[in-house]
Design a protein around this ligand. Structure first.
Ligand code: ATP
Ligand code: MG
Length: 577
């Protein structure tokens, strides 16, 4: 593999260029970023771009990156996700400087809101959510100022404190920033910065009946932590003026008294002015990536959980056989830009093939077994053959494979009536058994139903490795496993979860549920050579001629092997499309 993921020197996307300039000009002596997931679901492939950007850029430029849980929306958040997100970030090979929660800052957010009120920059509004919506205006028309906009500072402070004391029911009032109801940017039309919500929070319990809104909390969270470059996706571009408004009007770094609640928690004062920079989201075809849809797939039982190997969640993709290196290589190859685009799923799969081609040792497995008896070997005949673990890397060494009178081969490698161009076994024909010699098929044994249950053949002893006829030409080579020493195994043959490039397409009343691929999971029973059975969970192999597989993280055991197909050896979707 030629790309090295962590080499900053040559990488020149627009964000790295900004960071480089800021360090060169002395604007910052060190950089600090953050990754701010909302703990309301599992991380997915899209998040890998954000993680690789936030953590990756910090690492490349000698800075640090915080992990901050954006837990301002208590009703939807769950500690299960908080743990899973940490595991996923670590699995990708990153570690955070500080682990924080937006809820660590509730005290600061509150004092900052009182400051805005005192400065005449925020007011308590009694309009309902519907009334606010109705008076916001639209792209052509300005909004109508709230009748509560000119409340006195005293009245606003009193009402806000009573909101905080829990005196009012949910939705009765909001605290709104007083900005500009005629702004061409609708986000700037007196947006709400606090709402009343009597909901228990997983970190703060029932301490707060009011919760800050995302834009306000996010901007101040960055400022509190001294984030220099706040990197996020393009949908926040229109929110940047509000982000800057919050940062500049609260101005935490010049008002240290607002940070008192932090110091009480033993957190340091690192406040500084952050800069938000947006990049495009990662969109992939043949998949859905919104947390809401992924949640529905799990809850409706359409997949086998968050870590189903067909899911684009990190838990799923890991169980599918992707390594962190493959994912980071994929992300680094796509680069960073401000252009939204839809990435071809094949690009992801090809990166996996490339990664596994170099990473995965070779083994033999038979996923649809048919017995082949070599009648010219004596009963009880046993041999041990040596096979290289990797065709392009001798340092990987070799392994031993048993060989005896009875073998398993793939049903698909035999045809009674061969189609044109067939190179594998036929009645009376010859084929090379990979690494063992040439066999001729003498007899086809069937059961009463006429199904083929066994083949009998003769091994050409002169064609065995090291013999003078070893190089004799035959048309085809097939793989096999030794019936005496192979281990029965389960193979889970996974494929794309959706049959269409855009499962988000809801035209004609359809939903992504209508595009599920019924063949995305097939379970078959076969055999693996002993050296594959002993794998530890998550070991990856190329089963020769079959595909790349990974020993299942949860279910694989050496005496009951379970392998998941990560990807086929070649793209089978190009011709389907
Ligand atoms: P979803 O829309 O799937 O619910 P989200 O954006 O709400 O995702 P968050 O937990 O808020 O998810 O995201 C944390 C960070 O990851 C944010 O900075 C967000 O911009 C980024 N992110 C989320 N999805 C993608 C994506 N597809 N590509 C790049 N970055 C993403
Ligand atoms: Mg979100």
């Amino acid at each position: 593999m030629t790309d090295t993921v962590d080499s900053a020197a040559e990488r020149t996307d627009f964000i790295r260029n900004i960071v480089r300039e800021d360090l060169a000009s002395g604007k910052h002596s060190a950089i600090k970023t953050r990754f701010p997931p909302e703990p309301n679901g599992y991380l997915h492939l899209g998040h890998v771009r954000a993680i690789a950007t936030d953590f990756g850029i910090a690492r490349e430029f000698g800075g640090v990156c915080n992990l901050r849980f954006d837990d301002t929306n208590p009703a939807k958040e769950d500690p299960e996700y908080v743990q899973a997100i940490q595991d996923d970030v670590r699995w990708l090979g990153f570690d955070w400087h500080d682990l924080r929660h937006a809820s660590d800052y509730f005290g600061v957010y509150y004092l900052a809101a009182e400051k805005l009120i005192r400065d005449g920059k925020a007011f308590v509004c009694d309009l309902s959510a519907d009334e606010v919506r109705a008076t916001r205006g639209n792209l052509k028309e300005p909004g109508t100022p709230s009748p509560y906009r000119e409340r006195s500072v005293e009245e606003n402070l009193d009402l806000f404190r009573r909101m905080r004391a829990g005196e009012f029911p949910d939705g009765a009032r909001t605290l709104r920033a007083k900005i500009d109801m005629a702004s061409p940017n609708i986000n700037m039309r007196d947006p709400a910065i606090y709402r009343i919500k009597h909901v228990e929070h997983q970190n703060t319990g029932n301490a707060w009946p009011i919760y800050p809104m995302y834009d306000y909390a996010h901007a101040l969270g960055d400022a509190i932590e001294g984030i220099t470059h706040s990197l996020c996706t393009l949908e926040f571009e229109d929110h940047r003026p509000l982000y800057d408004w919050c940062v500049d009007n609260v101005c935490l770094h010049e008002n240290p008294e607002l940070l008192a609640p932090l110091l009480e928690k033993g957190l340091p004062n690192e406040a500084a002015k952050p800069r938000q920079i947006e990049f495009s989201r990662l969109n992939l075809d043949y998949t859905v990536m919104s947390k809401r849809k992924l949640m529905a797939l799990v809850q409706e039982g359409l997949v086998d959980g968050w870590d189903d190997p067909r899911m684009p969640t990190l838990q799923g993709i890991r169980r599918r056989g992707y390594s962190p290196e493959a994912l980071k290589l994929f992300i680094s190859r796509l680069g960073l830009s401000k252009q939204n685009s839809l990435i071809d799923y094949t690009v992801l799969e090809n990166t996996l093939r490339e990664d596994l081609d170099s990473r995965a040792e070779r083994r033999m497995a038979v996923i649809a077994p048919l017995k082949l008896v070599l009648t010219n070997l004596p009963e009880g005949h046993r041999e041990v053959l040596r096979f290289a673990n990797h065709p392009k890397d001798e340092s990987r060494g070799a392994r031993e494979i048993g060989f005896s009178r009875e073998l398993w081969i793939e049903r698909e490698d035999f045809a009674e009536v061969p189609p044109k161009g067939w190179k594998r076994l036929v009645p009376g024909g010859e084929v090379r058994l990979r690494g063992a010699g040439i066999v001729q098929c003498d007899e086809v044994i069937k059961n009463e139903a006429g199904e083929i249950i066994e083949l009998r053949g003769t091994l050409d002893l002169q064609s065995r490795p090291g013999m003078e006829g070893a190089n004799r030409k035959v048309k085809g080579t097939i793989h096999w496993v030794d019936a005496a020493t192979a281990v029965p195994a389960e193979f889970r043959l996974y494929d794309r979860l959706f049959t269409v490039p855009n499962p988000d397409d809801e035209s004609e009343g359809k939903t992504y549920r209508d595009y599920l691929n019924p063949e995305s999971r097939q379970v078959v029973q076969g055999y693996v050579e002993a050296a594959a059975a002993v794998a530890t969970p998550e070991d990856k192999f190329q089963f020769e001629r079959i595909g790349y597989f990974v020993a299942d993280r949860h279910d694989h055991q050496p005496d009951k092997p379970v392998f998941n197909r990560a990807v086929t050896l070649r793209d089978t979707w190009a011709q389907k499309a």
